[in-house]
Design a protein around this ligand. Sequence first.
Ligand SMILES: Cc1cc2nc3c(=O)[nH]c(=O)nc-3n(C[C@H](O)[C@H](O)[C@H](O)COP(=O)(O)OP(=O)(O)OC[C@H]3O[C@@H](n4cnc5c(N)ncnc54)[C@H](O)[C@@H]3O)c2cc1C
Length: 496
Amino acid sequence: MPKRNDREWLENVHPSGWRNPRPADRYGLVVVGAGTAGLVAAHAAAALGAKVALIERALLGGDCLNVGCVPSKAIIRTSRLYAEMRNAEQYGAHTPADIRVEFPAVMEHMRGIRARISRADSVRRLIAAGVDVFFGQARFTGADALTVDGASLRFKKALIATGARPDTPSIPGLVEAGYLTNENVFDLTELPRRLLVIGGGPLGCELAQAFCRFGAQTIIVQSWPLFLPKEERDAAQLLSDAFARDGIEVRLNTTAVNVRVEGGEKLVDLVSDDYKSTVAVDAILTGTGRVPNVDGLNLEAAGVDYDDEAGIRVDDFLRTSNRRIYGAGDVCLEDKYTHTADASARIVVQNALFLGRQRLSALTIPWCTYTDPEIAHVGLYVRQARERGIPVKTFTIPMHDVDRAIADDEETGFVKIHVKEGTDRILGATIVARHAGEMINEITLALVAGIGLRTLARVIHAYPTQAEAIKKAADAYNRTRLTPTIQSLLRRWLRW
Ligand SMILES: Cc1cc2nc3c(=O)[nH]c(=O)nc-3n(C[C@H](O)[C@H](O)[C@H](O)COP(=O)(O)OP(=O)(O)OC[C@H]3O[C@@H](n4cnc5c(N)ncnc54)[C@H](O)[C@@H]3O)c2cc1C
């Protein structure tokens, strides 16, 4: 019998005893998959007056609400609290030497948060918006029709928003030994004493740090020389250092090659260059990539092209090879984020229902890995600018030069803004800071609105805030405008 929080959550996202409605003759839009992309598209299309059906085979809210952003951010917050408590003596607090973590209570707290946020994704809200909700696996039967739970639905337009699932690394013995992914790690009620995290991408990094802070002896292995391979090297290095400070055993350039179970523990063979070792752990968590959900949809019947690894093929207008059918979110996009799923769904509603010409390539997409410190990025990396032949000038402000970061004891990190050399045009930015995810939004706004560093330098930032680092970078740009000629003119003027 689920506890109260889980009862509320499940009642919102897949009510017990649910009966699908009788389908309409034809829908203006049928949406397959009720994750972020599907929910956003269904609500928006219904609000604009379209007859909409939404099909979900599992839980409304998809990965983000149920097994992704929401539960992970909830436990990350709690784990930060524990890290701060362990450090509380520095602030004059008397704390016990051994702070006990009540792990089941941590997870129950997370469930309470998930239940609360699930109200926004609930079946009740969809019905109130006029959306016909169907639970079951969708399967196309033709270019303009599909079936769900024995019912046949015809559509003018359809959206495939079936998301992605965790990839299973092909390590001999892993499946037999049992392992965790984002799909079951949030069901844990007992903290693994020793945890091996395979994969140093955002998911592996965030959860490794959280579980370590709950008290699990944590090892993270990553086959690359640094974490977060997409990020700039100095950003990833700061994260490696932070992990080491947390007590995470970091194994870079290391691959897990075999797993076996002996005496109740999981023995994992690791290879780093030509050095071999074996670690004994109680649980293994994998975070080695995502695979798009294209199976079981019978896409051939609908004439929709796809690839098992890249997912549904879409053009810049998010159209598939069937002009009636569109794609959005993780099932077709390289940038697998909730905000991209949301933004792409909005493009589909405009393009599919209103002959819009909105382009995916016009989006400016920031992202953030919610470790401590957070690592956020938007726009071009230096290497990408160079590949395009754009000369780059970078302005970097270390967080230890920012008063609020010093006051908060959150000095690790930097704000780095890249501009086109000789101009104030922002090309991209990386922020490593406790609140990098909040701070990157200012740069994203500047990029979208075409605001340069000269204007950012005129924006008064409340003192003391960590976002002042952005103003300081803009001030640093302004100082480069003081050429020797201008400086000498200024000096003469002031003397006069
Ligand atoms: C641990 C973790 C943490 C994350 N943290 C963040 C974060 O902090 N910030 C961020 O921006 N992103 C984060 N993400 C990524 C984010 O969760 C996804 O990008 C987002 O959920 C994608 O939304 P979507 O609608 O494309 O797909 P999903 O959310 O995957 O939804 C797809 C839905 O389609 C359903 N479905 C699939 N096939 C069928 C079918 N044949 N018929 C009917 N229904 C079907 C599925 O059941 C699912 O509910 C995280 C992901 C994970 C795993």
